[in-house]
Write a protein that binds this ligand. Structure first.
Ligand SMILES: Nc1ncnc2c1ncn2[C@@H]1O[C@H](COP(=O)(O)OP(=O)(O)O)[C@@H](O)[C@H]1O
Ligand SMILES: [Mg+2]
Length: 311
């Protein structure tokens, strides 16, 4: 993943030459700013003027720039974009795992950061699921699910009750005593989802959670996730690089453009949840997929013109 050829701006700092990966003025000329901000009072989560610059010894990467996005309570938002466009970075900023270089995140009206301190109240609303389930191999399903509760000092009987309830919710009843190695990839992700839900977060942040699954399991998990989101009334922010998955799940698809990541477009998908896979055969669905593909291809071509490679 190198974009050196695209750079004609160089900055000298700390005695070395650092490559500035993205040149902002040109980007802004090619794409006007797309704001995903919602009218006052409508958003549960707000990203305001977010940018993120990673500075290492040899390279300066502007991973995200000027992101304005509001997300409604119980909305299902997918973040779509090609590899390297900043999806994970944006999700990690939402999760309070990294600090934005500029801008502010608020959750239910509370700033996620006050200076260098994260707001615990805002953090408690969040549950996170990554592409890899990250289970403890020597813990049973039930203990993996209940781990966040154990860390929060919830007593054993309540942990057991809650992990059984969650195992049932994610379709793992009967597997409470199994070890992760006895489970399929889809089942391991179910454990990760149950674990993220263990302390009843209002917001579920998911980073390509089904990216490593085969197509059929992935379809099944997409159906299940809709049911789980509804049963828990959770707001979901779901990262994917699959256009079809993004449109199938979302109330709104936020397409990110690469280098630096910024909002390229926002597509509203009106069909009611839970949706069946049949909607993927509908013209309206297919038109949305095609239009998003066109936008992604256009972006790839822009990067190629600038002499970079897309991943
Ligand atoms: N910790 C980091 N340090 C330096 N650069 C990073 C770091 N994390 C991400 N990046 C860079 O930021 C850009 C966006 O990365 P990422 O958010 O992982 O993209 P995506 O999830 O869309 O594939 C990439 O160019 C990546 O190399
Ligand atoms: Mg990623």
């Amino acid at each position: 993943m190198s974009n050196d050829g695209a750079s004609d701006v160089r900055a000298t700092s700390g005695g070395g030459t650092r490559v500035l990966e993205a040149e902002e003025p040109r980007v802004q000329r090619e794409h006007p700013h797309v704001s995903g901000a919602l009218p006052d009072g409508e958003a549960e989560i707000e990203l305001h003027g977010i940018s993120k610059r990673f500075t290492t010894r040899t390279r300066d990467t502007l991973a995200l720039t000027n992101i304005d996005l509001g997300i409604r309570k119980q909305e299902f938002v997918t973040l779509l974009g090609q590899s390297g466009c900043g999806k994970t970075t944006l999700l990690r900023i939402l999760a309070g795992l990294i600090h934005p270089t500029e801008g502010e995140v608020t959750i239910a009206g509370r700033p996620l950061w006050r200076g260098d301190h994260r707001d615990d109240e805002a953090l408690r609303k969040l549950g996170i699921v990554f592409q890899d389930a990250h289970l403890f191999p020597w813990f049973t399903v039930e203990d993996n699910i209940a781990l966040p509760l154990k860390l929060r000092k919830v007593d054993k009987a309540e942990r057991r009750r809650r992990s059984h309830e969650l195992a049932e919710l994610v379709g793992l009843q009967g597997f409470e005593k199994a070890l992760p190695r006895e489970l399929s990839g889809g089942m391991r992700q179910r454990v990760a989802i149950a674990r993220a839900l263990s302390y009843r977060p209002e917001i579920l942040l998911m980073d390509e959670p089904f990216g490593a699954l085969d197509a059929m399991t992935r379809d099944k998990m997409n159906m299940e996730l809709q049911r789980i989101a509804e049963a828990t009334s959770a707001t979901v922010v779901f990262v994917t690089h699959s256009i079809a998955e993004a449109v199938f799940l979302a109330d709104r698809v936020v397409l990110l453009s690469a280098r630096p990541g910024r909002i390229r477009s926002i597509t509203t998908v009106d069909a009611r949840h839970p949706r069946s896979l049949d909607i993927t055969a509908q013209t309206n669905f297919q038109e949305k997929v095609l239009e998003l593909r066109r936008q992604l291809t256009e972006d790839e071509e822009r990067i190629a013109r600038q002499g970079g490679v897309s991943e």
